[in-house]
Design a protein around this ligand. Sequence first.
Ligand code: SF4
Length: 273
Amino acid sequence: MQAHVIRRPNPETFEGKTYSLRPNSAISDEYYETVRRLTENLLRSFPNEQELLAKLQVLGHHKRALRRLLTNEIHSNDSQLLKTLRTSLNPFTSGVQSHLRSLRGFDRWSRTLTMSEEQYHLAMVEIELVNRIYAAQFRSCGKKYAFLPHCLRDLGAECRSAQRDIDYVCKGCSESCNVNHASKTLRLHGVKPYIWMTADLSALFRKVKKEGNSMGVLGIACVPELVRGMRMCLKHDVPVVGIPLDANRCARWWGEFHWNTVNLEKLESLLKN
Ligand code: SF4
């Protein structure tokens, strides 16, 4: 019987299972410039930001309809929008098709694992647009929380993070840990950073609002998880902003953890007034 071999991401191209915001480059600035430009262009055709947001969310919910829009020769504003996104964002989602073909068993029913390439493109612009709409409101909130993924930590360190009031908090044990770097930046801007392990966000929203405080959330996660988390916050009327991980490289996607990064300059610019 042939032994099962775990394929590992290519470190040279900073490969993610489905997406990478920095294929062949040390930082993801080109991705952020691309998605910023795309959002600006789309806003020229929409009367306001909220209408564009609603359009992206509605389109993103209908995976099969998206496919049809792209494969049929029917020309519509929606098919044109998808084609525009595909042309610009394709280089960052090159792993989606092979990942979808490799799915087995219950994984084929997971909404996170089965996102199509078109849904990734819509989600990327949605995240950028939500940041644009809610950044100022987030910054003005009385209480600001950030939730970071544990896969961003230094995988070679004996992590000393500890459970505190609502979730785990980084103890700064490693200078090469990206959770540590992000946590320091967040604290400098008055945001309480947590490593998201156990926090019940709905319960937290209810508690903070009951106390009469305004509350904002900043999320860092892979694209599928981040866009879902941001929608959940907005459903609760909580101003939210988010930064996608530079690639999806955790055990859920690869069967084992791989070192990951996030664009810290982008994080800082989102926090600055
Ligand atoms: S710096 Fe923080 S998150 Fe990173 S390994 Fe240490 S305690 Fe864990």
